[in-house]
Design a protein around this ligand. Structure first.
Ligand code: PLP
Length: 688
């Protein structure tokens, strides 16, 4: 049986409340317990009436969380009363009612495109609640267009239309148009007509719907509605079957990255079906706050309209053509835009598809560069312990996370490995700033001794992400630039994680006024839409590859989908939004808010250190706060906390004992507060 329905109208004042009341009354009669939800009310007292008819005792603010005096669009009515409509609250109330009643009637306000707030429409709420809709339409002249438009919009949003009910709002016999309307609308809209409600003089606005609680009258109306059809829910059965198949196949056929599949098979997989803003919906219809930006990539929220539209338009032109010897428009425009925003001195863009390939390319370019410069001995690389630069063989060679890389040791080329700063557990037992960055000495020693064999140094500027959000002390990056210049070693900045606003500036290098020789970008470059990467070099490097064909100075490297027009157009739309919405400017306040809220975590004995650089946060869990004793990895402290968070409707993914929080830059303060609150409670629940 269907468990709930959303009653919407093609317009306002069309009889939604009458229909809702009739359905409730009829269900009550058949012994089905029926709850009501009126998420938003602007003028009137529909919620009170519905509550009375349903004879339920729930608190009025559960049934009707938002009530405004003026009969205006909710976004405006709320604004006038200086209130904020929170879809979270509505969602939570709905869950409470759903647990309690066999059936819920949710009554909308106005139609599907009515805004609850800017960029959140009634249709978005219906999606959030995962409901099918009954459309109430007027039966008279002009209803065809209104009804079909509503049906179109429901379809566009992927909202299930249960059917349409026609309400006669004017006195008199049905004329030819009124008789034909239901037929033509259900035919053209391919929706079922669920009933035609005749005119009732007592049920009009003028007398304040006096008779709306008249049970006999409601039953008379309900008798004209196809209730059996409304209750029948084929979708649920089909969906259960589909979900069973999906979960089976996900466990047994899909091989998930960085995942022990034996464990994965044992647990209930979380399979995402949709997203909107900072939320993700799974195939069972539950919504989760995306606390890690879908693994550090999403920037402006899911289904950001401008990016969606840019992609759709590009699809209508072309989805892919090759960059091997040919150009395409988005890749050119994007290259130009990237050069405008990256640190100065960088001038040429080499595209690929992932962070790993961006790094792989950077390494090969650095290597080949010195060959062309006739410094043939400069073939080695310097990298940092705990660094993460991707999973292909070259990028693993310059990586330093043993857990990921140990097994491949025989495959990897040797590098000079330098200890990176991890101030909370300083390997020199010093404290910043008194230490005066003594940890740089080891790097200088290696550069001084071996610079003639060293092609480049690779670093994650300001934050070592995968290492556990290790934030470098101020001045560290700047000094690396000074040292690499001094010893004629190229500096490769891997901003795959830090790029595009994550640290609070467009690129992390800006914090220390550093221009690298090579910059690697990926993850957020397309705002989390499509795989794309860019390796950006200085002109000096680019020119070293120019020569006569026979000199073979060509960079012989390229991936088939390099410069894909769809990915590039998404990246262009991403940059456009950064500019138009002044994302970085508006982020400042949110970063401050985040820091303040994070302070609370200090009260937890299981939190050793809170590290933050902009919107990149790592909370290091410890067994003993005083002695900084780490949890054994078998204790799976991070995983347990993240699993607990999932039950609370938040998606997190840890790095060992570090709980990572990297929300989309578009997250609101309210959502941030809720994200942190759930994380806090999850740590408390699992570890305290
Ligand atoms: C994620 C990441 C990579 C690898 O990117 P992929 O797209 O996963 O290949 C490289 N470097 C850094 C710093 C990263 O965070």
């Amino acid at each position: 049986m269907r468990r709930a329905v959303f009653v919407t109208g093609t317009d306002t004042e069309i009889g939604k409340t009458v229909i809702s009341a009739a359905i409730i009354q009829a269900l009550k009669k058949t012994g089905v317990t029926c709850g009501v939800l009126k998420p938003v009310q602007c003028g009137g007292n529909d919620a009170k009436i519905l509550r009375e008819i349903a004879s339920i005792k729930d608190l009025p603010n559960i049934i009707n969380p938002y009530s405004f005096n003026k009969p205006l669009s909710p976004h405006l009515a709320a604004k006038l009363e200086k209130k904020n409509i929170k879809e979270d609250v509505i969602y939570q109330n709905y869950q409470i009612l759903k647990d309690k009643y066999q059936f819920i009637v949710v009554e909308g306000a106005g139609g599907l495109l009515v805004p609850l707030k800017e960029s959140f429409l009634m249709a978005d709420l219906i999606k959030r609640l995962d409901l099918g809709v009954i459309i109430v339409a007027r039966i008279g002249l002009g209803t065809i267009n209104h009804s079909l438009l509503t049906i179109e919009i429901a379809k566009k949003y992927g909202i299930e239309i249960v059917g349409i009910i026609f309400n006669q709002c004017q006195e008199g016999d049905l004329d030819i148009c009124q008789k034909d309307n239901p037929l033509i609308i259900s035919k053209l809209g391919k929706v079922k007509s669920l009933g035609i409600i005749p005119y009732y003089a007592t049920l009009n606005k003028k007398n304040g719907y006096k008779e709306l609680t008249n049970e006999r009258l409601l039953e008379e109306i309900a008798a004209k509605i196809d209730l059996q059809y409304i209750l029948k829910e084929e979708r649920i059965e089909q969906r259960e079957e589909r979900n069973k198949f999906l979960k089976e196949a996900d466990r047994n056929i899909v091989w998930h990255p960085f995942t022990q599949m034996k464990d994965y098979k044992k647990q209930e997989p979380l399979i995402i079906e949709e997203g909107k803003g900072c939320y993700l919906k799974d195939i069972d219809g539950s919504w989760y706050l995306d606390g890690i930006s879908s693994l550090w990539v999403n920037v402006h929220g899911h289904r950001k309209e401008e990016i969606d539209n840019a992609l759709k338009q590009q699809i209508d032109r072309i989805s892919h053509s090759t960059l091997l010897g040919f150009g395409n428009i988005p890749s050119i425009e994007l290259a130009k835009k990237l050069i405008e925003i990256v640190p100065s001195g960088l001038s040429n863009v080499f595209y690929s598809d992932s962070g790993s390939t961006a790094v792989e390319i950077a390494l090969k370019i650095a290597f080949q560069y010195w060959q062309h410069k006739n410094k043939k001995k400069k073939t080695k690389f310097v990298n940092f312990v705990n660094a993460y630069h991707g999973d292909t063989i070259g990028s693993v060679s310059v990586g330093g996370i043993d857990l990921f890389h140990k097994i491949f040791a025989p495959f990897l080329f040797n590098t000079f490995k330098v200890k990176a700063p991890y101030c909370y557990r300083c390997h020199l037992n010093l404290t910043y700033p008194a230490c005066q960055l003594k940890c740089l000495q080891e790097l200088e020693d290696i550069l001084a001794k071996h610079h003639e064999e060293i092609a480049a140094l690779i670093v994650e500027p300001t934050v070592q992400g995968a290492a556990g959000m290790l934030v470098q002390p101020e001045g560290y990056l700047k000094n690396i630039r000074i040292l690499t210049k001094k010893y004629q070693v190229l500096l490769i900045a891997d901003e795959v994680a830090t790029g595009f606003g994550r640290t609070g500036k467009m690129f992390a290098c800006e914090w220390e006024g550093v221009s690298p020789d090579v910059l690697c970008l990926a993850k957020s470059i397309t705002a989390g839409y499509l795989p794309l990467a860019a390796t950006i070099t200085s002109e000096e490097i680019f020119e070293a590859f120019l020569g006569e064909y026979k000199e073979q100075k060509t960079f012989f490297h390229g991936h088939t989908y390099t410069g894909n027009p769809l990915a590039c157009i998404a990246a262009l739309a991403n940059l456009e939004i950064f500019k138009r919405e002044e994302v970085l400017e508006r982020l400042k306040d949110k970063i401050k808010f985040l820091s303040e809220e994070l302070e609370n975590f200090n009260f937890l004995n299981q939190v050793g250190e809170i590290r933050q650089k902009g919107f990149m946060v790592g909370i290091e869990l410890v067994k003993d706060k005083k002695l900084k004793i780490a949890y054994e990895w078998e204790e799976r402290a991070g995983i347990r906390v993240c699993n607990a968070a999932r039950k609370r409707g938040v998606i997190l993914r840890p790095l060992g004992n570090v709980v990572v929080i990297i929300p989309p830059l578009s997250i609101t303060k309210e959502e941030l507060r809720s994200l942190l609150n759930m994380t806090y409670l999850s740590i408390k629940e699992e570890l305290v």
